[in-house]
Design a binder for this molecule. Sequence first.
Ligand SMILES: Nc1ncnc2c1ncn2[C@@H]1O[C@H](COP(=O)(O)OP(=O)(O)OP(=O)(O)O)[C@@H](O)[C@H]1O
Length: 223
Amino acid sequence: MLNVQSISKSYGKKQILNPLSFSIQSGEIVGLVGENGAGKSTLLQILATLIKPTKGIMQLNDLAYEDDKKEIRKQIGFVPQDIAIWEEFTVEENMVFFEKLSWKNKNKQQLKQLCLDMELDKWKEPVYKMSGGMKRKLNLAISLIHNPHVLLLDEPTVGIDLKSRKEIGNYLKNLTTNQNKIIIYTSHDMDEIINLCDQILCIGNDPFYKNILEKAGKHVVTF
Ligand SMILES: Nc1ncnc2c1ncn2[C@@H]1O[C@H](COP(=O)(O)OP(=O)(O)OP(=O)(O)O)[C@@H](O)[C@H]1O
């Protein structure tokens, strides 16, 4: 279980996140929504241990973020909004490179299978020749190399066509249902959020998102 208690973030006098608390059970896929600048990426980066909250406590199962950052990092996969892969490398070279940085040993066949699982079959293709959607799939495959328990995805399906989005959505659902992972996922696509997510966290006072999601019968927690 991921437990977040009264997390807030300020930069100087600028309050980015008001205190927010929530908990997520293993096997849940959670949508994080809100208007541009609401603080979604900031929250994901805090959960990924990339930035520190100004206040608050976080716990992943029996690990406290404050005391066990190294262990927590082993259990987290993070896909940032900006694509973060080597453009000159092939898919294969990227996967092998990032495998070397991970804590789990995977052979080439296992790495290739991770790509194939999300319909990324261009193993020998240099990344600079690939479409934006393919690059996002590769980013997602890289985040799974060390078999993390928690997957934090910042708009992972931007620029991906509808068919591939559905495939990725099914793949993510499968990771929560069959492998008991926790996934937190930001998107501005409300249909996708409605179809995929068990729980929805909405940041910001604007009731726009909340209204749409509640009309679709979703339970929304607002901060
Ligand atoms: N290092 C920083 N210093 C100061 N302000 C920052 C910093 N990083 C982010 N911010 C501000 O924090 C606010 C929240 O940004 P964030 O990227 O988390 O929003 P978001 O909800 O993810 O937006 P979007 O939907 O556009 O991706 C913005 O006003 C942004 O300018």
